[in-house]
Ligand binder design. Structure first.
Ligand code: AMP
Length: 280
């Protein structure tokens, strides 16, 4: 049976008597197979799996984006139950940010490019809520999706720098059969946009193919992605990137592990995806 708690106090009471190790899967709900893969991994490695479902207002720049973020508690709880999750923490905004709340995590260089540049304040909001969740749950391990590659890097950096003992584990991106990375935001795609969206994956794979054939120029690899995306009239490109996998700085030449990433809008829906090169 999955237990559902909504307050810090109830959460602590359950965790104090629960079995360790604890595996944490933080989510914003509208759960899909990507989330389920994180839960399955957590469950395989933990005695108690905790899923948090919280649409974090602090990580949304645009109020309209927050307002239309999809939610369905009952469906999410059924999925947690099916995955054998022991505990779900579903707090209100006030429970996470009580009156008087006045502290945020300030991030360094890793949070500046890519999503950090495109969405000012986004990662500070993410890091702040994740720090709160890490401190409330005190899990041995926390599981994040590689789909949000920069998010994993930011959280890993924060945990190391702030001496948070929870180990950050990155899990592979789960995709639809046509290659589109699963995302709660996919529900907003109109049918023609949904049909066009696999172009993200094709663009990444086209650059990977060039890299596999020996291409090492950052510009050539970025152009490969842009050329593929240009084939799709519904795709409005926000950025394409070939960056150092560790620092996320843009590369002139790929000499070591690199992260290919992109952000593309289809109408009002913004999608991201990425591909790691040269990491074994
Ligand atoms: P979200 O609910 O979108 O905040 O995502 C919660 C967690 O699930 C984050 O660590 C995401 O990176 C991860 N996640 C989202 N989509 C996928 C996916 N398609 N494959 C793997 N992990 C994912």
């Amino acid at each position: 049976m999955t237990r559902v708690v909504r307050t810090r106090e109830a959460l602590r009471a359950v965790l104090d008597t629960g079995r360790r190790p604890v595996g944490l899967v933080p989510t914003m709900g509208w759960l899909h197979d990507g989330h389920r893969a994180l839960m399955a991994r957590a469950r395989a490695e933990s005695a108690t799996t905790v899923v948090t479902i919280f649409v974090n207002p602090r990580q949304f720049g645009d109020p309209a984006d927050l307002a239309r973020y999809p939610r369905n508690e009952d469906r999410d709880l059924d999925i947690c139950e099916a995955e054998g999750v022991e505990l779900v923490f579903m707090p209100s905004v006030e429970e996470v940010y009580p009156p008087g709340f006045d502290t945020t995590v300030s991030l360094g260089a890793i949070a500046r490019p890519l999503e950090g540049a495109a969405r000012p304040g986004h990662f500070e909001g993410v890091a702040t809520v994740v720090a709160i969740l890490f401190n409330l749950i005190r899990a041995e391990r926390a599981y994040f999706g590689q789909k949000d590659a920069q998010q994993v890097a930011v959280i890993r950096r924060m945990s190391i720098d702030l001496a948070i003992p929870t180990e950050v584990i990155a899990c592979p991106t789960v995709r639809e059969p046509d290659g589109l990375a699963m995302s709660s935001r996919n529900v907003h795609l109109a049918p023609n946009e949904r049909a066009a969206a696999p172009v993200l994956r094709r663009a990444l794979l086209s650059a990977r193919e060039a890299w596999s054939a020996g291409e090492r120029s950052g510009d050539v690899l970025r152009d490969r992605m842009l050329a593929e995306l240009a084939e799709e009239p519904l795709a409005a490109v926000e950025y394409v990137s070939v960056a150092d996998a560790g620092t996320l700085e843009e590369l002139d030449q790929v000499a070591g592990p690199a992260l290919l990433s992109l952000a593309v809008e289809f109408g009002t829906t913004r999608l991201i995806d990425n591909e790691l090169l040269g990491t074994g």
